[in-house]
Design a binder for this molecule. Sequence first.
Ligand code: AVJ
Length: 309
Amino acid sequence: MSNAFRDAVLSGMSQPQKIIPARFFYDVRGSELFEQITKQPEYYPTRTELKLLSAHAAEIDTEAGAVDALVEFGSGSSTKTPLLLGPLAPPTYIPIDISPSILAEASEAIRAAFPMIEVRPIVADLTYPLVIPGLERPLGFFPGSTIGNLGPAAAVDLLRAFRKTLGPNSGLVIGIDLRKSPEVLEAAYDDAAGVTAAFNLNLIDRIDRELDGDLDRTAFRHRARWNDFAGRIEMHLEALRPIMFHVAGRAFTMAEGETIHTENSHKFYLEELRFMARASGWEPHRKWTDSRDWFSLHLWRADAQSMQP
Ligand code: AVJ
């Protein structure tokens, strides 16, 4: 049986710096814990983005012009979508997500709230370009600074895939977290209530549950550190003592202080974002930030020259 989680954990645990990609945080428990993170006082991104979206949705609608579909990448529970769907009122909403159950549930909620909008969900991995028939003037939507899980090069690849999926007459609304003081960032990723720690440590439980692991979660601690050179918050699980454990029948050891790198959350400079847009077939059109310049919302337009078709 193919098992992406097992393959990723076994290969990641065999690297000199152990690593597990951040997308594996989101099992049912992990998704619940992430919801709780977004409500912590230190975790500013969700709250700031929601404010920006509600303050500027009407303007986004005006600036985007005529739109025949809103296409949301990694739509999850589609919680931010209504803020945009209201003013935009497109004929069609196309949520794209890897999880069929979450997608079905979110689609029903949107149908109930917006009976005039046709909802056409697509189960897909958002990292590859898709062919969606019948799109003339779509608007892409990628909120939450999810792009930050990728470094600049991989982010450009993803933005280019969006550009391919959406075509030459499209736009993209994207929410991106910005560089700010390390103190603010480290607190946001290590909240006082310990919710982010629980989110990180849930990965240990998930390995034990799903991959026949025998890791002891009390042998690890949550770490969040700002890497200034790379411009990212890194989350790690640090071994508190020398340990040995098994995953899917294979044995691993860790020295005291050794870590498993579990997430990168990149924070960008506004100039860097303009560069990334142009490098991926988009032309920056408008941007909105909060009064502290902590978070940014962008409206980009497809650059017709940059790509074929
Ligand atoms: C969902 C990737 C945007 O990087 O802020 C929150 C995930 N990790 N706290 C982020 C996360 C720890 C979040 N993203």
